[in-house]
Design a protein around this ligand. Structure first.
Ligand code: ZN
Length: 423
């Protein structure tokens, strides 16, 4: 399930292009466009909506009025942040519309409610002593979600569950085809969660979810061609957005950039090949180098940077980072030559390689005399932590609502929708 082009453009931000249409027959499209802008900008003025959509002021007022009635947006205080000039009414996402994001990984199950506008409300990181089974994930998420609901303000609505998986997900039914680091194969996690929570579940690869989050809210907002690369406990995943569209491939598995070949005769990979990026560059190598105990791995970035301050004790660590930077650059060169992105966003432990060796990745990527696609690509860091994945997972759940706000909330929707969807 990919976004229709108009929705992608709506999420892209206020580019000044004409997005809307005044004909009544396109009211659904206009409602979707306006909600998409309020969502991706986390609040806009009526004047901004008028400029961005090309719709007249009375049409914008009517559309916003309908979204207010639906409880999806709120008209709030005047925007006086500028301090002078004519104030404008701000339209912000209503805080009561939420998605449940779930991201199981090797040693933690992350669960959070995310409100429209991409704000994480109450993240919970449930640590596990070993890779959780599918049944354990269902139990953990059910228990956490039950606890979360008791503290939610009324009124609220949970539109669905976005499930970010460190592995391959079936594009048709959300089945986890393979998550090698978790030891999962052909697991109907989406269906089990949908049954347990009585909510529609949409599943995708974690880095694909992260790419969507970045494209909508993060470092990648406004970039029409970006590659998101995420390094976690379960390896390295990627998501590719080209010409504003998420690249899925014939069967939905495009963007497996962790399996880009970076070294001949290299380390054996879970995919059966060897010398893949995710086999050569691992979070575990860095954890071991700084001697971080299990349970404190979310502090890895700070621990690495701290240890690098100590000149005498850190040569091993420097060597590892130097090696990882060079191998990552080899992988990125292939990615850039293949896809010609304007932006590469690095998330998870891959951030460390940029922060620990400022400029090194850039220099390795752009060898002297570089021309062509590598000349103009820039590298940015995703926000710290799991947030980009959780915000991106929520995007999966929000998609049907954003596509047709009024239709999604019609009473018959509940009876007519399928409990499980996938992307
Ligand atoms: Zn591989």
């Amino acid at each position: 399930m990919t976004s229709p082009p108009q929705e992608d453009r709506a999420r892209r931000g206020l580019s000044g292009s004409t997005l809307g249409n005044n004909r009544d027959s396109t009211r659904q499209h206009n409602l979707s466009t306006v909600l998409g802008l309020v969502h991706s900008m986390s609040g806009v003025s009526r004047a901004q909506l008028t400029r961005a959509t090309g719709l007249n002021r009375s049409t914008i007022a009517a559309l916003v009025g309908e979204l207010v009635q639906l409880g999806l947006v709120e008209e709030t205080d005047l925007d006086q942040a500028q301090g002078f000039g004519r104030p404008s009414i701000m339209i912000q996402p209503g805080p009561g519309t939420l998605a449940l994001s779930v991201n199981p990984d090797l040693d933690v199950v992350s669960v959070a409610l995310v409100s429209l506008g991409g704000h994480i409300v109450n993240p919970v990181r449930f640590h596990t002593v070993r890779a959780p089974s599918v049944a354990e994930v269902v139990n953990i998420v059910t228990a956490v979600y039950t606890g979360m609901r008791t503290s939610l303000p009324a009124p609220h609505r949970i539109v669905g569950v976005g499930l970010a998986i460190p592995g391959l997900v079936d594009a048709e039914d959300g089945t986890v085809i393979e998550a090698p680091h978790l030891g999962w194969r052909d697991q109907p996690l989406s269906a089990l969660l949908a049954a347990a929570l009585k909510l529609p579940v949409t599943a995708a690869n974690d880095a694909v979810a992260g790419a969507r989050g970045q494209a909508t809210f993060g470092a990648g907002r406004g970039a029409s061609d970006l590659v998101y690369l995420y390094g976690g406990a379960s390896g390295i995943g990627g998501g590719v957005i080209s010409e504003n569209r998420l690249i899925r491939g014939a069967t939905g598995f495009a963007g497996q950039l962790g399996h880009t070949h970076v070294r001949s005769g290299g380390v054996r990979c879970t995919c059966g090949s060897s010398g893949c990026l995710e086999a050569e560059i691992t979070r575990e190598e860095l954890i071991a180098a700084v001697g971080l105990p299990a349970g404190e791995t979310e502090n890895l970035e700070e621990a690495v940077l701290e240890k690098l301050q100590d000149e005498s004790a850190s040569q091993d660590l420097r060597d590892i980072i130097e090696r990882q930077v060079q191998l990552l650059a080899i992988g990125l060169r292939s990615v850039v030559n293949l896809l010609n992105p304007s932006l590469i966003v690095l998330g998870g432990f891959l951030r460390i390689l940029v922060r620990a060796a400022p400029g090194a990745l850039d220099a390795a990527l752009r060898t002297p005399g570089t021309r062509g696609p590598r000349e103009n690509v820039s590298i940015e860091l995703a926000p710290l932590g799991e947030d980009p994945i959780l915000v991106g997972a929520a995007e999966l759940a929000f998609e049907p609502l954003l596509r047709d706000p009024a239709g999604f909330l019609r009473p018959q929707h509940d009876g007519g929708s399928t409990p499980v969807a996938s992307t």
